[in-house]
Design a protein around this ligand. Sequence first.
Ligand code: FPP
Length: 251
Amino acid sequence: MSPKPAATPGIPPAARGGESAVPRHVAIIMDGNGRWATKRGLPRVAGHRAGAEAVRKAIEVAVEAGIEVLTLYAFSSENWRRSDAEINDLTGLMRFYLERELKTLEKEGVRLKLIGEPAAFGAELAAKLERAVERTASNQRLTLVVALNYGSRVEIAAAAKMLAERAVAGEIAADQIDEALLGAELQTADLPDLDLLIRTSGEVRLSNFLLWQSAYAELVFLDTLWPDFDEAAFGEALGLFAQRQRRFGGR
Ligand code: FPP
């Protein structure tokens, strides 16, 4: 993993350090599992199962491409509105894949990090996830960030609350609060800036995902449904990224 450039508030690292054609940090909104299943006359869970296989492939491609951080939106704080049966299916799949794939993550040098509020999935799954985080903590090839019960507005509000508490406690002055201090309270504080955000399935919105972090990210929207997101689709997104001229507000 290349060393992280020193933090200079407001100036994204890639703008300072000479741009790379390979993004350091890629995030994906994995959308279209349900439509993929419906098109085949299958239950939605079959789409999620195929989607989980696509997750495995995406991790492999990220490792091969030399991406440092891959952040996946696995369950949003709005997904609780789905039926109990679908939520059960999704949590069951996560448990299954975690058990099956943990050894691979360890072997491939993948560090697992969680953002969001995974405790909401119950003590047993939360403990399994925590164990996987601990067991992979020293891996350095790829950081796989899984967003579970994640919502960007909740994350930003929690950071603001933390800063308010620190100001009330006299640790910081209110007028010291700036984007660097707020960014340091986010769950992504230890990660490089987001370079590329991909959404599959043709929907063109961010759905409360990494709103702060995507300020200067390149956005790529693909029509591919998530279960069909393979090496070629990932390659297409990386190719589009490589063609973009990133100006970070400059000229
Ligand atoms: C969006 O498709 C996908 C999800 C809500 C969940 C993503 C979950 C997985 C890829 C599987 C399990 C995850 C891991 C990390 C092993 P959708 O259901 O919203 O599709 P639709 O818009 O076509 O209905």
